[in-house]
Design a protein around this ligand. Structure first.
Ligand SMILES: Cc1ncc(COP(=O)(O)O)c(C=O)c1O
Length: 460
């Protein structure tokens, strides 16, 4: 066995003091947002009614390579960061692979996932601007939990629109968000225009992230001193999540290693974008050539079966339109236990990198195979992974098994984004062999593709 420890920890002093903005090194930038009111390129000011100013600036900033992490945010980060880079010796042994498997563990904090990295930053900037309340949506509940913790810390009231099916499947998630003082409203709800109209169109719907986003935005723009915050997809969120990749790269430098394959699960793309950021920089600058894999659920396959077009980021069609891989903003995925991966679109940055073939591969996996990987991993590595994170585990195990066949000792890095202790219903269903693998048909997908927005001169 090598002398690489099981856990590679950085010290507090070694934690990066700046986020890295990948857009500054991209050969071509993602296409600009389009304002649906004017059908023209969205301007910075167009974002101000929805987002607080500093975050709107970060959203539009394609040039600044490194952005200082404010001291108050760094102080919060120190409660749970730097997070460990772990060597999966036990998993390697159980698989009998010559591959070296590493995972960056982001579930080692109070909220249980990487979502806290951006929640802290977003609430801090809102507070700085004198914003008096915030709204958001949550699917699986991880983002709502992280944001409620950050809001409690900074003393900012929060309303969370929680996808209805998740609030029913995960009462304890709802309870923890409420314990931190936030208000939870199952979505779609009767509290907003858009919620009422979605309920009229789809009575009995379990909701979707797209619906919940629309409701949270409506509430923000119709409430004095209120703004909306989003936990994924946006450029600003990928920026904050770059701390994951920056720390990973520093830890690899300590042990004189560099990953050959980097794998992340992909819902809206934030952990993946954060994990790959500094490694992608190396690739863009021609220094290294790691192989990047995005893993998504077969039930919500935005990258593998979606189209690279302009689309709304929400079902209510109030957000700016983004060019991204999308299944259509009206696509409502079947209930699936990887709740946090049930989003119709993909981060514009990740979409562009995939379209331009810098991000090498997107892979869709079925939920039973994901849970096979999750339970295998749990037994050997002793961490119960979140169903979302387990998509990355599935691909990491498959890559390690390929190495077993070829005899190659590749270095594999994957993002273990969170723990699954609030996902026990999913694990129970798996143990009782009740999980099903729903895969949408081409006809199902076509229905939502037919509703892509038309933009004169750009997308007819
Ligand atoms: C644990 C965990 N991992 C991954 C994701 C996917 O989000 P993203 O693609 O933004 O990282 C989620 C979303 O809720 C999550 O809760």
């Amino acid at each position: 066995m090598s002398d690489v420890p099981y856990r590679i920890y950085l010290s507090e002093e070694e934690m990066p003091h700046q986020w890295y903005n990948l857009r500054a090194d991209m050969k071509e930038l993602p296409d600009p947002y389009i304002n649906p009111a004017t059908m023209k390129e969205a301007k910075l000011e167009d974002l101000y009614p929805v987002f607080c100013q500093e975050l709107a600036k970060q959203e539009m900033d394609n040039e600044t390579r490194y952005i200082d992490i404010p001291e108050e945010v760094l102080n919060f980060y120190k409660i749970y960061r730097p997070s460990p880079l772990c060597r999966a010796y036990n998993l390697e042994k159980a698989l009998g692979t010559p591959a070296k498997i590493y995972y960056k563990f982001e579930g080692n904090n109070t909220s249980g996932s990487h979502k806290l990295n951006s929640a802290v930053a977003q609430v801090y900037y809102a507070k700085q601007q004198g914003i008096t309340s915030l709204t958001t949506e949550t699917g699986a509940g991880q983002w709502g939990t992280a944001l409620s913790e950050a809001c409690a810390y900074f003393g900012v009231p929060l309303t969370v629109y929680m996808v209805k099916v998740s609030s029913q499947q995960k009462p304890y998630r709802k309870a923890i968000i409420e314990t931190f003082g936030a208000k939870v409203i199952p979505s779609p709800s009767e509290t907003t225009e858009v919620g009422r109209s979605i309920l009229k169109k789809h009575p009995g719907t379990g909701g979707s992230l797209g619906c919940a986003i629309s409701e949270a935005i409506e509430k923000a723009v119709t409430t004095e001193g209120c703004r909306y915050v989003l936990g994924s997809v946006l450029n600003q969120v990928l920026l904050h999540q770059s701390i994951i990749g920056l720390e990973s790269k520093l830890a690899f430098e300590k042990i004189d290693e560099y990953p050959d394959i980097i794998i992340g699960c992909a819902g809206g793309g934030s952990n993946l974008g954060g994990l790959i950021a500094p490694f992608m920089q190396d690739k863009l600058l021609g220094k290294k050539n790691p192989y990047f894999i995005a893993v998504e659920p077969a039930s919500c396959p935005s990258m593998t079966r979606g189209k690279y077009v302009y689309d709304f980021c929400d079902t209510g069609k109030v957000t700016p339109m983004a060019r991204m891989y999308t299944l259509g903003s009206e696509f409502i995925p079947s209930p699936n236990h990887a709740g946090g991966l049930r989003y119709h679109g993909m981060s514009p940055i990740i979409s562009k990198l995939y379209h331009d073939e810098y991000l090498n591969e997107a892979r869709a996996v079925e939920q039973t195979k994901v849970f096979d990987a999750a339970t295998f991993f749990a037994k050997y590595e002793t961490i119960l992974p979140a169903p979302e994170s387990s998509h990355a585990i599935r691909a990491a195990i498959d890559e390690a098994l390929k190495c077993k066949e070829t005899g190659e000792a590749k270095t594999i890095l994957f993002g273990l984004t969170g723990t699954g202790y609030f996902d026990m219903q999913a694990y129970m269903n798996y143990n009782e062999k009740k999980l099903t693998d729903y895969i949408p048909t081409d006809a199902d997908l076509q229905k939502a593709f037919d509703l892509f927005p038309k933009i004169p001169g750009i997308q007819e």
